[in-house]
Ligand binder design. Structure first.
Ligand SMILES: *Cc1c(COP(=O)(O)O)cnc(C)c1O
Length: 449
């Protein structure tokens, strides 16, 4: 305490003295003492949970390294291929690493899969045939999938190709409607899609255990039906993944958890050999499948990013839990709430006021390593019925494993926060968000000393 005070006094006397304590460095970056002290008091209460996250990250890190050793990753893997990309050893071993880590028979991990929606569309379109039925037993899927399926009419949708869609909503208490699901499954049902993360909905995110119970029920109703899990934002959050509880394929984006912040593009599909093979023939061409697809020098980013992913996901989880524990006591409702177990990295914080949501997002941006000097403003985003504000000071455009936040400007003025490549960077961003609210007198910080 005494040392800190001396440092501060010295700093006031001479600007040349560099701040050395964390508190002094935060202060030099614009975080006032009350915000810092409140943050530290919150963190003190989270020591046990952070330890659990670190221990899980350790287990998942070992899982990934074991897979890399078993796949015999070596320096040759990092060479670039171009053109057709025949015999790209790095690409083949990367896919082996994904398959081994997630316990699938095979994997497709490619920069030619442009994003999460593309990976999901590919998995669906390649594993369904005209006349088949697709079932979502967990309510409405992610917004962008509405056009893929044809719920909202769209060129090239599954509906255009004669694939029908059925949906069974969750019960009011958010449990699965087993009776409704049993009724919806029929001789045409070929594929069942389960979205793990809540996305922009208000329901909870399903745990892997819950997903396993649902899959067991579905397979009892119809053993030969394929089950796909949209695993976006879920990778490495738990010890198990959907393939461990009976899913036939799981699908996600490389600019979320499994890219570890290093993958600049890409998506993956892991699971049964047949499902992955179907997807490969659709991604490239019948007859070519997995044999082509140049990696264009991205193998090292993909492999190293996957190596980093368990620890990066742990940082993002700490970020979400810290934010909930910081904001909920100040009167802002959080989903998940500050004490709940986590099954993805998304944190919703309800601000109930436009100026508070804007201050929050501007703070997240101001604490970023990239584009910290620009202030995000609400804008009219295509496809939305209200303005949206987005904060993203990211190395990879649109990457949401990097600390980012967005929210539509309508009641309840909720911000969706996710990511954080390193825990200290996430902590700075969140403290800065609270600082912006405090500076504008939009929040009362409890006095601590
Ligand atoms: C992000 C996300 C998607 C789509 O991913 P994009 O990369 O944005 O296309 C699909 N489902 C869920 C649950 C997601 O979180």
């Amino acid at each position: 305490m005494l040392v800190k005070e001396m440092n501060q006094t010295e700093e006031n006397q001479s600007r040349k003295v560099l701040p050395t304590t964390a508190e002094a460095i935060y202060e030099s970056m614009g975080i006032d003492r009350p915000v810092y002290l409140y943050g530290e008091s919150v963190l003190k209460s989270l020591e046990g949970r952070f330890r659990e996250i670190d221990e899980r990250a350790e287990r998942n890190q070992l899982k990934v390294i074991k897979a890399m050793q078993d796949a015999r990753i070596d320096a040759e893997c990092f060479n670039a291929s171009s053109g057709y990309g025949y015999d790209d050893i790095g690409r083949e071993k990367l896919e082996k690493v994904y398959a081994l880590t997630f316990h699938g028979e095979d994997a497709l991990v490619r920069p030619q899969i442009t994003c999460g929606t593309h990976a999901l569309a590919l998995a669906l379109m390649s594993n369904l045939r005209p006349g088949d039925e697709l079932l979502s037993p967990v309510g409405k899927p992610y917004d962008t999938l509405e056009e893929v399926i044809g719920i909202r009419p769209s060129k090239g949708s599954l509906a255009e190709y004669g694939v029908k869609y059925r949906q069974v909503d969750l019960l009011p208490n958010e449990s699965f409607d087993y009776e409704g699901i049993q009724k919806a499954i029929n001789e045409k049902t070929a594929l069942v899609t389960i979205q793990r993360s809540k996305g922009y909905q208000t329901r909870h995110t399903f745990s892997v255990k819950e997903i396993g119970e649902l899959i067991a029920f579905i397979k009892k109703c119809k053993p030969d039906v394929k089950v796909m899990v949209d695993n976006c934002y879920g990778e490495f959050v738990e010890d198990q993944e959907p393939l461990d509880v009976g899913a036939d394929m799981m699908v996600g984006s490389l600019i979320k958890n499994p890219g570890g912040g290093l993958a600049p593009i890409g998506g993956y599909i892991v699971g049964k050999k047949e499902c992955v093979e179907n997807a490969a023939y659709r991604l490239t061409s019948p007859g070519l499948g997995k044999e082509v697809g140049a990696s264009l020098g991205l193998n090292r980013s993909f492999i190293q990013g996957f190596f980093m992913a368990p620890i990066v996901t742990a940082s993002a989880l700490k970020c979400a839990i810290f934010a909930a524990n910081l904001y909920e006591p100040l009167g802002f409702a959080c989903v998940p709430n500050k004490n709940e177990d986590r099954h993805d990295i998304i944190q919703a914080i309800t601000f109930n006021a436009e100026d508070k949501l804007i201050a929050f997002c501007q703070g997240i941006q101001a604490g970023s390593p990239v584009d910290s000097y620009v202030a995000p403003e609400p804008w009219d985003m295509p496809g939305y019925d209200s303005q949206v504000i987005m904060a993203a000071g990211a190395f990879v455009q649109g990457s949401s494993i990097e600390l980012s936040a967005d929210g539509p400007l309508r009641t309840p003025y909720a911000a969706y926060l996710q990511g954080g490549l390193t825990w200290p960077s996430a902590k700075l961003g969140i403290l800065m968000s609270l600082q912006k609210l405090a500076e504008r007198n939009l929040v009362h910080i409890p006095a601590l000393c």
